[in-house]
Design a protein around this ligand. Structure first.
Ligand SMILES: Nc1nc2c(ncn2[C@@H]2O[C@H](COP(=O)(O)OP(=O)(O)OP(=O)(O)O)[C@@H](O)[C@H]2O)c(=O)[nH]1
Ligand SMILES: [Mg+2]
Length: 378
């Protein structure tokens, strides 16, 4: 419709004298940018204060829990302090959950097991948070992104909360974010925290160091089940669960379980006072799923009654503090321009066979001390 504020004219490509029926279009002139009214922003996210987020979490506001997690996961320096303030505020309300790490090779059935177990626990009125930890997520992004769809039933439960792994970043960064996210979930009132991690690289060790109970989900194969399993992983597990024990696979699963039991017999259990055993389950039929949970409950009772839970968590925190400090010192040293230059010099000398390795290291150490251990200037 014509508007009196605009000049309406026929464009030049309309033939002279053509009728309006043939060419009903008309063109408006543009609006001067200076005269144009500023557009209202469509949506401006509210900047919550730490206190608002703390209160939100303690009042079980899921939207604010998600916002707080986003702040914790942010790499922006302005969010770091806000995040730490939130953690400080919720800290007295944390520690009341059971933290369970679940590992296994890709495709072992971790997500399906979490879906089967989590849904049953929610039906019993428990509050379940599921977190994924995958520091190598740039490689395996697909599997973690798929988790929400794989946990379809669980994600519909009002008392379940599913959060995928914070993406990218350093191992230390992802670990901090996951640990702190776990604390936020505890303060919110989730009494069960299930942490899924793909069994590749350093992931298992990282997750083991942040949970109470560590479960390895295993597969049955063609008789060579134990071949591909690193003994090291079995040594840090509190239970081994042979999944997919259904249909034709059931018999094989029972055999695999016996094989695992035999190996476990020779290993030192991951937790003092606990005997690590192998179990079978089917996340499809549900057989063995709640029985696995009973084992975890039994473990928790033993840990609480013996005072080991308290000790393990304190040990884990101290270890984590050491780790963070080490990482910081490492960056401080190896990002120092003078140290970088000294390393380049040393490399030249080594390549030219002009210095011994011990001397080279001594040179570098001297440089580091000179640069980073200077007495404070007055
Ligand atoms: N028969 C059978 N198949 C299962 C069972 N649990 C999982 N699966 C199948 O195994 C495949 C892998 O399951 P996921 O739960 O995605 O495995 P995952 O360990 O989480 O895999 P990633 O997250 O990729 O490391 C899927 O096709 C599942 O349907 C089970 O109990 N029985
Ligand atoms: Mg998965």
């Amino acid at each position: 419709m014509a508007n009196e504020n605009y000049d309406i004219y026929k464009p030049e490509w309309i033939p002279e004298g053509a009728s309006n029926e043939q060419y009903p279009g008309f063109v408006m002139t543009g609006v001067n940018v200076q005269d144009a009214k500023p557009r209202k922003p469509i949506h401006k996210p509210k900047n919550y204060t730490a206190q608002e987020l703390i209160d939100g979490i303690l009042n079980k506001n899921r939207m604010l829990l998600s916002k707080a997690i986003t702040i914790i996961e942010s790499n922006a320096p302005k969010h770091f302090e806000l995040g730490q303030e939130i953690i400080k505020g919720i800290l007295p309300y944390t520690g009341n959950s059971i933290r369970v790490g679940i590992t296994g090779v890709p495709g072992a059935g971790k997500s399906t097991f979490i879906e089967a177990l989590g849904s049953r626990l929610c039906e019993q009125g428990k509050n379940v948070a599921v977190l994924a930890v995958d520091p190598s997520s740039s490689i395996t992004k697909g599997s973690i992104l798929g988790d929400k769809t794989r946990m379809e039933t669980l994600s519909k439960q009002p008392n379940a909360f599913i959060r995928p792994s914070p993406s990218g970043g350093t191992l230390g960064g992802v670990t901090r974010k996951s640990r702190e996210t776990m604390l936020l979930c505890e303060a919110f009132g989730y009494d069960i925290i299930l942490v899924e991690t793909v069994g590749v690289g350093q992931n298992e060790i990282t997750v083991r160091s942040m949970v109470d109970f560590f479960l390895m989900v295993a597969l049955t194969g063609a008789g060579d089940d134990l071949q591909g399993i690193k003994k090291g992983i079995m040594e840090i597990a509190d239970a081994i669960l042979v999944n997919k024990a259904d249909g034709d696979n059931k018999r094989k699963a029972l055999v695999a379980r016996a094989d695992y039991e035999q190996v476990l017999h020779y290993l030192r259990p991951a937790t003092e006072g606990w005997v690590t055993k192998a179990y079978t389950c089917s996340s499809y039929t549900g057989e063995g799923v709640l029985e696995m949970w009973d084992v975890i409950e039994e473990f928790r009772a033993m840990m609480v009654n013996s005072g080991r839970l308290e000790k393990r968590r304190k040990d884990q925190t101290l270890e984590w503090i050491n780790h963070m400090t080490e990482e910081h010192v490492h960056n401080l040293v190896f990002n120092n321009p003078q140290v970088i230059a000294a390393m380049a010099d040393v490399e030249k000398l080594i390549r030219a066979d002009q210095i011994s390795a011990t001397m080279a290291a001594q040179n570098l150490i001297d440089k580091i001390e000179e640069e980073l251990c200077k007495p404070a200037e007055k």
